[in-house]
Design a protein around this ligand. Structure first.
Ligand SMILES: Cc1cc2nc3c(=O)[nH]c(=O)nc-3n(C[C@H](O)[C@H](O)[C@H](O)COP(=O)(O)OP(=O)(O)OC[C@H]3O[C@@H](n4cnc5c(N)ncnc54)[C@H](O)[C@@H]3O)c2cc1C
Length: 399
């Protein structure tokens, strides 16, 4: 290939949670890897994020110590608590089980991103490089960025999120993005909310067409609050600044503690919630995908980041002995075989949960569903907690 600037064994497009986790593992295995990121700087963006023990075990293997993690994360005592949205009645609570072998935590996305980034050498990340085109032949992959720079690689990993550009070189036609709802997100000082809500657990209030959740982040100093609300379409490009009054109005008549928590917010953003059906494939010749690029999902299981982190360890483990002559078809088939069924199931379960809350038939047959009824449907998915958290990913990588 002519006109290139640099060549690496592996290039990763996207320095998000999945891309940086993959880069950190590949560097540990002595692979020459470089990450290119569209954003002009890697700053701390996002709000709170759930990290269940399936993801924590990966981070510990990456060399992030429990002490480093616990400086910013909050370990959960009750892994889940569900309440009725209208009157705040506790419907269910599930204490943390030690037998998963790692804590469940809640953490600010930016703080998690910084922790993972600290395990990648600085010279392996280049910002301000938005990928616009990808081409490949038997010799390698050529990646072109919007500033005109091109680089080459033996292997390209698309970790560029739900609107992935790299994905266009993998699938025959772009996947249909499905828009389901919108989600308000705010961070509020924990000392300003009712004392009963300052506890280290994640609690979901269930009610008709709406979902409210809160958990502490930033070492317990802030409370992350989110409220999912029905919307039929989204005309913006990404999240927008929104009004706290509108957030509050969506939960009028709900548990008064919800009103108090939203009322303590100074600002809020409204995010579009999209997912997509499982892709026909994740890889094509020298290119593969991970994280949201491969399996964009709704946030109702709190597994978006965890699935990206799992992908990263499995993929890096399979590329560990990468040389010029490595049979990538076999490696990617193994990676997809291990990851696609699990990630597709998580995609489906997260969508199912939103369909319990805002079922497609709601406007035609009924106008609202009581929170207790939503919870009774939700219970049918409870055995998933064992399956999600108890999963021993290392067994898969080793085998
Ligand atoms: C800003 C932000 C905030 C989020 N906040 C939350 C949250 O609070 N709670 C929660 O549960 N989930 C949140 N998510 C979603 C959750 O983080 C994802 O499910 C998870 O991060 C998936 O990891 P990923 O590496 O696949 O994608 P991401 O972490 O989204 O990373 C993708 C990266 O690719 C970069 N990129 C995109 N296109 C290109 C391109 N063409 N060229 C180069 N780089 C590109 C993006 O800038 C981004 O850095 C957030 C995602 C983002 C991007």
């Amino acid at each position: 290939m002519a006109g290139h600037n640099k060549r690496h064994q592996v290039v990763i497009v996207g320095a998000g949670l999945g891309g940086l986790t993959a880069a950190a593992f590949l560097q540990r295995f002595g692979i020459d890897v470089h990450v290119y990121e569209k954003a002009p700087e890697l700053k701390e963006i996002g709000a709170g994020i759930n990290l269940d023990s399936n993801a924590i075990r990966v981070l510990l293997r990456l060399g992030i110590t429990e002490e480093e993690l616990m400086e910013v994360a909050v370990p959960l005592k009750e892994v889940w608590e569900f309440r009725n949205g209208n009157d705040g009645r506790v419907l269910y609570s599930e204490p943390f089980k030690k037998d998963f072998g790692a804590p469940h935590v809640v953490i600010h996305r930016g703080e998690l991103h910084s922790l993972i980034k600290s395990k990648v050498t600085k010279d392996a990340i280049t910002v301000n490089h938005g990928c616009v085109n990808v081409e490949q032949n038997n010799d390698g992959v050529q990646i072109t960025f919007e500033n005109g720079v091109t680089v080459e690689a033996d292997v390209l990993i698309g970790a560029d999120g739900g609107r992935s550009v790299v994905r266009n070189a993998v699938v025959d036609s772009p996947p249909k993005m499905r828009f389901w709802a919108a989600m308000y997100r705010s961070l509020v000082p924990i000392d300003q909310v009712p004392p009963s809500e300052r506890v280290p657990n994640r609690t979901a209030w269930l009610g008709s067409r709406h979902f409210f959740m809160r958990y502490p982040v930033s070492g317990g100093k802030l409370l992350n609050i989110v409220g999912a609300v029905p919307r039929s379409h989204w005309e913006h490009n990404g999240p927008i600044d929104a009004n706290v009054e509108d957030f509050l109005a969506e939960f009028t008549g709900w548990d008064e503690n919800i009103q108090a928590m939203i009322g303590s917010a100074q600002e809020t953003k409204l995010w579009p919630l999209y997912d997509m059906d499982p892709l026909e494939r994740w890889s094509n010749n020298r290119i593969t995908l991970l994280g949201d690029a491969a399996h964009l999902l709704l946030p109702f299981l709190g597994q978006g980041a965890a699935q990206a982190i799992e992908d990263a360890e499995v993929l890096a483990g399979n590329l560990k002995n990468l040389t010029k002559g490595t049979d990538l078809t076999e490696i990617f088939a193994r990676y997809e075989g291990l990851r696609k069924p699990r990630a597709s199931t998580v995609q489906f379960m997260a969508r199912t949960i939103w369909n319990f809350i805002d079922p497609p038939y709601i406007n035609s047959e009924v106008s609202s569903i009581p929170g207790d009824d939503i919870f009774n449907q939700y219970k049918s998915l409870f055995n998933m907690h064992e399956w999600l958290n108890g999963y021993d990913l290392q067994k898969d990588v080793v085998s």
